[in-house]
Design a binder for this molecule. Structure first.
Ligand code: GSH
Length: 202
């Protein structure tokens, strides 16, 4: 049994929850909430960056970040469902997954700008800089949406779009019809997507 430090709202934690389900390992994860703002939370000892998700092995060994955890779980499952273990295809999927995670990270930084700064100190320039990354990333994904599969890239995109829908740092839906259709097809095909969405009222 592994311990996963995360919350039901974390997009990166959601990646791990979906990946574990794809690999048939969901019953091997004990979810323990983390509070990234609480200096007393043990998370900061487990991951000095104080970020979630963080996976704790039975001997207490911490693994992070979400991409590392997913590759570890894939190896535990003896699977290659998320990403190939070698070859150019592996690096294509890893690069796509990093692009997608970058979209989530920039969206997160836009939300944090408002959360961590007093309103008069919010930097429009910084917000625009991060928005540019989100918009360029989404434009590339709209031009060529990933396969309809819950591999590393597909899982990441489900969680990226879910985060943008929830926190709304950018309004992506009106300008990305192919991604809207992609997400709808994915939801219809994989019930785990709706099963892991941010709870109502969170
Ligand atoms: N690259 C990391 C990103 C993790 C991340 O940014 N998590 C957010 C929550 S979704 C967090 O812990 N934020 C708190 C902080 O940055 O202090 C991963 O893939 O796990």
């Amino acid at each position: 049994m592994f311990t996963l430090r995360t919350t039901p709202t974390s997009p990166f934690g959601r990646k791990v929850r979906i990946g574990a389900a794809v690999l048939g390992l969901q019953d091997h994860l004990n979810l323990v909430p983390a509070d990234t703002l609480d200096p007393a939370d043990t998370l900061r000892h487990q991951n000095p960056l104080g970020k979630m998700p963080c996976l704790l092995l039975e001997d207490g060994t911490p693994l992070y970040d979400s991409g590392v955890i997913l590759e570890f779980l894939q190896e535990q499952a003896g699977s290659t469902a998320l990403v190939a273990t070698s070859g150019l295809d592996r690096y294509r999927v890893l690069t796509l997954a990093r692009l997608i995670d970058g979209v989530t990270e920039s969206g997160l930084l836009m939300v944090y700008e408002a959360r961590f700064r007093e309103p008069e100190h919010i930097s429009r320039r910084w917000l625009d800089h991060q928005r540019g990354k989100v918009e360029r990333g989404l434009a590339a994904l709209e031009a060529t949406p990933p396969a309809l599969a819950l591999d590393l890239a597909g899982i990441g995109l489900v969680c990226a779009l879910g985060y943008l829908d929830w926190r709304k740092p950018v309004a992506w839906r009106p300008t990305h019809p192919k991604l809207v259709a992609w997400l709808e097809s994915m939801r219809a095909q994989f019930p785990i997507i709706d099963a892991t969405k941010v709870p109502e009222g969170a």
